[in-house]
Design a protein around this ligand. Sequence first.
Ligand SMILES: [Mg+2]
Length: 373
Amino acid sequence: MTTPAPQAPAASQRATLLGCAQPLDEAYDVALLDLDGVCFAGEARVPHAADSVNAARGAGMRLSFVTNNASRTPQAIVDKLAANGIQARAEEVFSAAMDGAALLGEHVPAGSTVLVVGGQGVRQALTDAGFAVTSTAQDQPVAVVQGWDPGVDWAMLSEATYAIGQGALHVATNLDSTLPTERGFALGNGSLVAAVVNATGKQPLAGGKPTPGIYQRALARSGGARPLAIGDRLNTDLVGARTAGFPGLHVLTGVSTARDVVLATPGERPSFVHTDLRGLTRPHPQPTAVQDQGRTWWQVGDQRARVTEGRLELAGAGVLSTSATVVLDAYRALVAAAWDHADTLAESQTRAAQAGSWLHEALRVPELDVVAP
Ligand SMILES: [Mg+2]
């Protein structure tokens, strides 16, 4: 006997945390997992990632590794996951390169000749999808598929510009403006696409996160019916989940911090939060609003939070004015309180704007270090 898996609410409703009485890997039947910052972190392992992903598979959950990285082939990704202790098969990988090839297939016939701006990941995705690939505009390609690779250079970008000038369709695997590296943010595919667009004046079709298509195509390929998207970046993984209408689990092992989650706009909010992938194998308590002496608190477990004069307050700890270490349920209560405050303020500002006056109250949030038992 299973209860229905909680679903992300309609866009017209407030975007808040959901509760799930079952472990998520039992309530949902397919995990759409981001890679970097979730399953591994660059060259480093992520704590609890391997045990949690392998346990979810053992519980019967389907897995789909959904990545905006277009340079690696599925087998290279399987090898990288294996080096991090995570079992995966090539057919469980869905990359932005594969998404770009699938998107292209909705616009041009199979067998068409396509110019590749990218590396082996894009080339193999196009070949696997039945396209002929070329590296020169002189072959009269019907389309250009552009994905990030360290080998992309002026000559390749110029071939793309020639081809698009001759009428070829421009498809970007994804539009990430930056690429996180050990030294900081480098140029991402979106910035290289922008160089071509600057020359052609024509906007490309785009796949990858945060477009909902990559999650929808990954879900279709997985054969699952109840998807859960999992990621570390609000502006790609979690925006994509909201846009696709899929519940999202955010983990703190990558780019977006707990403070970022507290301050998230409705369109980028996760449905579930945890420090790491243990959140995939556990139930999630529903935050509830409780009234106490005329004030509303948000409660999760034995933790209560509210917003007081633009600052976060935790029952027992007081107002959080400097960086703070909080337990997982306190983090959830803080998130629920902050989102409710922001949404209430937005609604009152709309009313105030309609009445000709404005309300301004910024929420000041310190850095939060979340610890999970
Ligand atoms: Mg990531």
